[in-house]
Design a protein. Structure first.
Length: 205
């Protein structure tokens, strides 16, 4: 039985996926982040290999032709993808921060995963977050909000929903999802068998 679980978190741009993912990675032992490839420009504060692998469109398309992605999609005029190498190379549980299209591809390929959808509290708050982060022009914000209205309707496809209205509460909910998965009997089989063995022959006259 595999001891690795793939956690796929998805939600509209501005819902807080990245913040929640970083907090979960900081607070849960044995959880790693799957770094995606992207063709979009690097934002202030982002680091190569930590936030994304930043590649040219030509290089990305070459990787697609070589069948090196588990999933990939065009999102807001930029390409994003999760490489097979990234999934195979990490030890322990793995957290993927991807869009709805990517999550659907992971599911369609039959990969065992836990799918989590991150909701913003309300439309107005999502708009405020997108405007306040200062990364997009008004036209791009309108496009992201329109996409969000379509993406949130896919929530029934997911195993869990986290509503990011209060950060600390949302972090605890995401942590609870990860930790509850780790408590499933098949994940604790070695520990269980060891305990069962300790009872062998005990208590007999």
């Amino acid at each position: 039985m595999s001891e690795k679980t793939l956690f796929v978190i998805t939600g509209p741009s501005g819902a807080g996926k990245t913040t929640l993912a970083r907090r979960a990675l900081e607070e849960i032992e044995g959880l790693s982040f799957s770094v995606s490839h992207t063709t979009r420009p690097r934002r202030p504060g982002e680091k190569e290999g930590r936030d994304y692998y930043f590649v040219s469109e030509e290089r990305f398309k070459q990787m697609v032709e070589e069948d090196r992605f588990i999933e990939w999609a065009m999102v807001h005029q930029h390409l994003y993808g999760t490489s097979k190498e990234e999934l195979e190379g990490e030890e322990g549980d793995l957290l993927l921060d991807i869009d709805v299209q990517g999550a659907r591809q992971v599911r369609e390929k039959g990969l065992e995963a836990v799918f989590v959808f991150i909701f913003p509290p309300v439309y107005a708050e999502l708009r405020r977050r997108l405007e306040n982060r200062g990364q997009d022009q008004p036209a791009a914000i309108r496009e992201r909000l329109k996409a969000a209205g379509e993406e949130i309707r896919h929530y029934p496809e997911f195993d869990f929903v986290v509503i990011n209205d209060r950060l600390e509460k949302a972090v605890e909910e995401l942590k609870a999802i990860v930790l509850s998965r780790r408590c499933r009997p098949e994940r604790r089989e070695k520990e269980i068998l060891s305990i069962l063995d300790s009872f062998s022959g005990e208590g007999k006259p």
